[in-house]
Write a protein that binds this ligand. Structure first.
Ligand code: OXT
Ligand code: ADP
Ligand code: MG
Length: 568
């Protein structure tokens, strides 16, 4: 009757799996080891997709972007102390970027950790995670697993989304309880991210300010992309007739080729606009905090739509705050506009269009060169056409010059297709994002990577090959960070910004059975990328870029502190 007894019992392992499945969390990104190895095996056997990485930071980045793409928390699973800390960077990054994610980490025995008696991988993980994420919870009893996960899910996706830490001590996994009681203890979260309806007065105030504008501008941020209110946003922007500026990850929410898109007239619209409506974008460093030279002399009135009330007035006065979820807010605005909304003055819209055409025309010839070694524009011109022909593909992008120039050159046509370094400008998101994008969407992924940027997550090419993912990585190899030309004037060590010259990253891919290509001209690059996108085979293209082509820190060199004492 041992069998009968077993049938009537459940344990921590099974309850965690059941709780995840009950809530539709069917993919786990992680790295196995004590105390979670068996858990991963059992989860896989129970039908959960377990994607096993080479480093937790990449698994965590994958989980965070899965959250951004799906509005469900991405799940990352790590071992105690060092694995936890590796994942924690990604958790903090998710929180900073407002992506919903749950970092689940095994941990060592509380009794030993709290007395600091030197347990295996001892660390007070809950205390360390707390200041770096939106919420942190620990489950000590199997009967609380259901509630613990429910709290984690709600905390991650409701209000402003973010990262949540869930601490599961090793002992919990093996804890046994009555199966029936266990089943009853699970919680299927109802309405995890409730609609937050804006106040009618706030909507009216915003419309009044927008109506009064002579030179209005709408800025779309990645919060607007996350909201998945694509139709409402498109209708609102078109009905208003207002020029829109997409932040990097909001590109494609409306096509970059849309007649109202002011992406190619950025300086002009920031300087000369009089009313600016922010939709899911913060006035942080990426928008020069809403003041100073970038914003010109014209006095501004800001309207801001955001789910987080504390975001209002964070940098400058917001004359019309609209607090709520973007879907509800934009729908309410649309309704309030009525049937006869007047388009903005045509001198403004045509001034914006003129500036945009000037910049586009200026850039066009640079994109058509077939130089070898390549410069950024020659290589990006090719990739721009490939994305135009394959608008469903997902573009992952990191680096400095490789990032900034690709953002400007490569037009996006559909929402949530451009994934990049985000609010922190962090290197290392590349392979984690590429893997999760392929897993979550099933679409082909093109990862455009600086050679330095790639190095932060490069070992995951093995993961890409192992899971046979349709990921094509193009490394813009200019022999270094920003440029490959720096020299050390006093000794024989290389300068801190340069790498081994003439490296062949394509060989890394071949080591794991993927396709490696060395491309020295735009024509070769084009052929190789198209082949990869057609075949869906894991491919890495080493694109040889002129080491002198880049500039210091890409387009944000102004943020580097300067030494007045530096010898010339
Ligand atoms: O209007 P104007 O005339 O001004 O023109 C603008 C647009 O209107 C126009 N435009 C267009 N023209 C024509 N056609 C089209 N389609 C078009 N679209 C736009 O172009 C200009 C510019 O437009 P843009 O780009 O929109 O505007 P701007 O002014 O640049 O916008 C400002 C910003 C701030 C919003 C924007 O620049 C931005 O989003 N920047 C993000 C920058 C960022 O995050 N950078 C990454 C960090 S840099 C540094 O920190 C690096 N590190 C250190 C490090 C990091 N980050 N992380 C970790 C964990 N450790 C260390 C490292 C190590 S970068 C780096 C590696 C770099 O080396 P790599 O080898 O990887 O890369 P390479 O540089 O290639 O060697
Ligand atoms: P970007 O970097 O593209 O400018 P940010 O990350 O700075 O964008 O801003 C995103 C903003 O969107 C955050 O302030 C966040 O609170 C907000 N946000 C995220 N999701 C929603 C949503 N569903 N409804 C309303 N606001 C949201
Ligand atoms: Mg480089």
């Amino acid at each position: 009757d041992a069998n009968k007894a077993e049938r009537e019992l459940t344990d921590g392992f099974n309850l965690i799996i059941d709780a995840l499945k009950l809530n539709g969390l069917t993919t786990i990104y992680g790295v196995p080891g004590i105390p979670i190895t068996d858990f991963g095996r059992m989860a896989q056997a129970a039908g959960i997709r377990v994607i096993s990485f080479r480093h937790e930071q990449n698994a965590g980045n994958a989980a965070s972007i899965a959250g951004f793409l799906t509005k469900k928390p991405g799940v990352c699973l790590t071992v105690s102390a060092p694995g936890f800390l590796n994942g924690l960077t990604a958790l903090a990054h998710a929180t900073t970027n407002c992506f919903p994610m749950i970092l689940i980490s095994g941990s060592s025995e509380r009794e030993i950790v709290d007395l600091q008696q030197g347990d295996y991988e001892e660390m007070d993980q809950l205390a360390i995670a707390k200041p770096l994420c939106k919420a942190a919870f620990r489950v000590l009893h199997a009967a609380d697993i259901g509630i613990g996960l429910a709290r984690a899910i709600r905390a991650a996706v409701s209000g402003r989304p973010g990262g949540v830490y869930l601490d599961l001590p090793a002992k919990l996994f093996g804890q046994v309880m009555d199966a029936e009681a266990g089943k009853k203890s699970l919680v299927k979260v109802i309405d995890a991210a409730p609609a937050q309806i804006p106040a009618p007065e706030a909507v009216k105030r915003a419309l009044d300010v927008l109506k009064s504008a002579k030179r209005p501008l709408i800025i779309l941020g990645k919060g607007a992309a996350y909201a998945q209110a694509d139709d409402a946003i498109r209708t609102f922007v078109e009905k208003s007739g207002v020029a829109f500026l997409p932040m990097s990850m909001a590109k494609g929410l409306l096509s970059d080729t849309h007649p109202q898109c002011a992406g190619a007239a950025r300086s002009t619209v920031l300087k000369d606009s009089d009313v600016v409506m922010l939709i899911g974008a913060r006035l942080n460093w990426l928008l020069s905090h809403g003041k100073g030279k970038t914003w010109g002399e014209t006095p501004k009135k800001f309207i801001q739509i955001d789910i987080e009330p504390k975001e209002m007035d964070s940098n400058v006065e917001i004359v019309a705050p609209v607090v709520g979820d973007i879907g509800s807010c934009v729908s309410a605005l649309l309704e309030g506009m009525g049937a006869n909304w007047a388009a903005p003055p045509s001198d403004w819209t045509s001034a914006v269009a003129k500036k945009r055409e000037e910049n586009v025309t200026k850039m066009a010839p640079r994109l058509m060169n077939n130089n070898s070694p390549m410069d950024y524009h020659g290589a990006l011109g090719v990739l721009r056409t490939i994305i135009k022909e394959r608008p469903d593909a997902i573009l992952v992008n990191e680096g400095a010059n490789t990032l900034d120039l690709a953002r400007g050159v490569i037009d996006m046509y559909k929402p949530r297709k451009r994934l990049d370094v985000g609010t922190w400008g962090v290197m290392g998101i590349g392979m984690g994002y590429a893997i999760a994008a392929a897993i979550e969407t099933g679409k082909p992924v093109l990862a455009v990577e600086g050679d330095s940027a790639f190095g932060f997550s490069g070992m995951e090419v093995e993961t890409i090959c192992r899971y046979k993912l349709p990921v094509c990585i193009v490394i813009f190899n200019n022999d270094g960070i920003y440029r490959g030309t720096d020299v050390n004037s006093v000794g024989s060590d290389p300068a801190p910004t340069v790498f081994v010259k003439g490296s062949r990253y394509d060989k890394m891919m071949e080591a794991f059975g993927g396709v490696g290509v060395n491309a020295t001209s735009p024509d070769e690059l084009k052929r190789a990328v198209n082949e990869a996108m057609d075949s869906g085979k894991p491919t890495l293209i080493n694109a040889v870029i002129d080491p002198a082509a880049g500039s210091e820190s890409g387009r944000i060199g102004n943020l580097n502190p300067q030494s007045v004492l530096k010898k010339k």
